[in-house]
Design a protein around this ligand. Sequence first.
Ligand code: SF4
Length: 326
Amino acid sequence: MGGTAAQTEGVEQNSSEMLLDTSVSDRRVGHLLERADALSRKLAGERGFIWATIGIDSTPCTMGCSFCSHGAQWQVYANEIELSVDEVVELAGKAAAGGADFITLRTTQYYGTERLIKLAGLVRDRIGNDLHLVANTGECDLDRAKALRDAGFSMAYHTVRLREGVDTGQSVAARLKTIEAICAAGLELQYLIEPLGPEHTVREVLNEARRAAEVGASGTGVMARVPVMGTPLAHLGQVSEPYLRRVAAAARLEYPDGGKYLCVHPPTPSALYCGCNTMVVEQAANPRDTSSSIGAWRGFDLATARVALQKAGLKVRPVTKEFVGI
Ligand code: SF4
């Protein structure tokens, strides 16, 4: 899993390379995890953040990314769903009342711009102007990015994924073009190292950690690939929790002065002690699973996220009296 000493033999390792070298013990990198933790706490003022994602649709997607359960070719997803406008607005309202800092509308690649614009306007009306409304959708040119911004989105989630163009149906150039459009439109950008698997090298991981800083993302972090039976990469398995923590810490050390929202996904409370401060609560359609969840994915709900963040000494946004839980 990850890198080994052989990959960096003969070259003095920097802190991030040492973190990602699996022949170096956790004990020997303890001080680096602590450094990442201290940096994030200072950057974000001891705040913890909840990223609430609503998976709007599970339309079979012809992009065929080798890890995604929505890939049409894999035929693994149980049910094709698309949430109604009312359902999306309701879920967004509940997440906002429950202390989420980010409300993310996630779609498959070709979800229609007009539908997304309509949703954004209604969700923005429901959640008010104090929270981030995040678009996690397909590629954008500048016009589409501006239209999403004008509709109410304040941020977009977009990355160059690990082995883009090899394990995905998209190219690095197209992903970078979208990122450029997002930034040019004035949307904030959240950029994770993803979808991390055991086969990725130190160099591949560091390239994306550094790219988050280069593009000036307002948030960074790491998302592990969750093996979905029937998808081509499932046999490679999932990275261990200790390694996920070390990648998260490397993401912080590579971007020590920005990207204050440092996210780890799937939810890993132990990562809140080595630089992470942002946890994802997701609901409905999900590329990491074979069916849509009625409540929070794997039971990791807003209340659980709040408790984990608070236990780690991070302050969270208060819930409102309307909160009934998801
Ligand atoms: S990751 Fe996105 S683009 Fe790739 S198959 Fe899944 S929905 Fe389509």
